[in-house]
Design a binder for this molecule. Structure first.
Ligand SMILES: Nc1ncnc2c1ncn2[C@@H]1O[C@H](COP(=O)(O)OP(=O)(O)OP(=O)(O)O)[C@@H](O)[C@H]1O
Ligand SMILES: [Mg+2]
Length: 216
């Protein structure tokens, strides 16, 4: 999926978090959003995922001005195209893990679900309630959901932050595989290993520096 920003900016409680940011992300691209803590990575991810509204500029998704989308269009974007790999967003705590993968009560494809759970290191956990999962397990559950729904755009916020080395490698490889299979994968991260695997990074601090130097 092609997602483009044109001069987007956001202010929260009178404070400019970022402004005049423009870029294009293409299908099959894996992009890191980098910058120091507090520079606005999560906020930018939320804006791209249409969870948070921008104050200025436009977000263009597949040639449509998504900043103008109504609830109905946003909902179908979230349902059909987008997947969010966040620790604290999108997991339905009082449902089991399998339901959280499919978001469908009629789970005919049990074998497929089991395979995907196994792939993300949650093999055999399908019947556990999502509430009992750790932060890192919830992120892996988010990856399982993205794989199951064949998301064409994946937003991940610090997906490797709370993982040990082996699970970190698993997640990095899975995200890479998602992008190689055609998804645009956008990741807010501090993890250098993950940044190195990405095709490109968008550094929020660089935008500030370019602006200060009059180059934007
Ligand atoms: N709802 C809010 N109310 C007030 N300030 C907010 C809100 N959301 C974000 N901010 C502020 O916006 C700035 C950017 O926050 P954001 O979470 O996007 O940073 P980040 O780059 O993801 O940081 P980290 O690396 O620590 O996750 C911070 O200064 C934060 O305090
Ligand atoms: Mg953040």
């Amino acid at each position: 999926m092609i997602i483009q920003t044109k001069d987007i900016g956001i202010e929260i409680s009178g404070k400019t978090i970022f402004s005049d940011i423009s870029f294009v992300i293409n299908p099959r691209e894996m992009i890191a959003i980098t910058g120091p803590s507090g520079s606005g990575k999560t906020t930018l991810l939320n804006c791209l995922g249409l969870i948070q509204s921008v104050n200025s500029g436009e977000i263009i998704i597949e040639n449509q001005n998504a900043s103008k989308w109504k609830e109905k269009e946003k909902t179908s974007f979230w349902k059909e195209k987008a997947a969010f790999i966040y620790q604290d967003y999108g997991i339905i705590e009082d449902e089991n893990v399998s339901y959280n993968v499919t978001l469908n009560k009629r789970q005919a494809k049990t074998k497929v679900i089991d395979e995907i759970l196994h792939t993300v290191g949650l093999g055999g956990r399908g019947q556990d309630m999502a509430a009992v999962l750790s932060g890192g397990e919830k992120q892996r559950l988010g990856v399982a959901r993205a794989i199951y729904k064949k998301a064409t755009i994946i937003f991940a916020d610090e997906p490797t932050a709370s993982l040990d080395k082996s699970n970190r490698e698993i997640i990095i490889n899975l995200l890479k595989a998602c992008s190689q299979n055609g998804a645009s994968v956008i990741i807010a991260t501090h993890d250098e290993r993950l940044v190195n695997v990405c095709d490109r990074s968008i550094n929020l601090l660089e935008f500030d520096q370019l602006r200060e130097n009059g180059k934007l």
